[in-house]
Write a protein that binds this ligand. Sequence first.
Ligand SMILES: *Cc1c(COP(=O)(O)O)cnc(C)c1O
Length: 228
Amino acid sequence: MAESPQNPVAANLAEVRSRLAQAARDAGRPADSVSLVAVSKTWPAEHIRPALEAGQRVFGENRVQEAQGKWPALCDAFPGVELHLIGPLQTNKVKEAVALFDVIETLDRPRLAEALARQMATTGRRPACLIQVNTGAEPQKAGILPEEADAFIRSCRETWALPVIGLMCIPPAEEDPVPHFTLLRDIAARHGLEVLSMGMSGDYEQAVACGATHVRVGTAVFGGRDYR
Ligand SMILES: *Cc1c(COP(=O)(O)O)cnc(C)c1O
């Protein structure tokens, strides 16, 4: 995609930040209580750079290999980057994911919990983990089913001693997201988990109203993605 002379990313970022702060205030929370995870998947480094130059430091990527290709150099150039893995993690990519990411948002099955625990024990590097819940029980979507979430959360923490800090969900595209956000919040509350990663470009303000601590926003920051 051709870059326009005036890159819109910095302006988009400012707009999203101000709407986020307002949504937090409307919910009776401090304006800075929600972290913006800027979702940079599919975008090349030169399109991400303006966001870094504007001070953004928390980013989300959905593919391990793509992130490995562009982030080490950007992390060197811009200290303090926090990288979140927001896409499905295959067990054969666990080694690379643990080395590169600061937060793994997509812990969703026992075999992955075991593989992550082993890799963390081997390397001593312990990225924080969020458990992805398939709140809509969609067959094609990743995530632990809501009825299996309590047992899975316990086993991740007790059996595997993983650094689980919260939950993540991606509501079904065609549904009102609010019941999904509140379901995630209720599961987290039962386990004393404080981090809730929920809300994307189309619904992040609603997510904040439901208690999101992290919103994952791609299109509203970087523009429409071209998957060709
Ligand atoms: C792509 C993606 C996002 C960002 O979606 P936008 O609608 O572009 O904001 C958020 N979360 C996950 C898991 C994604 O894969």
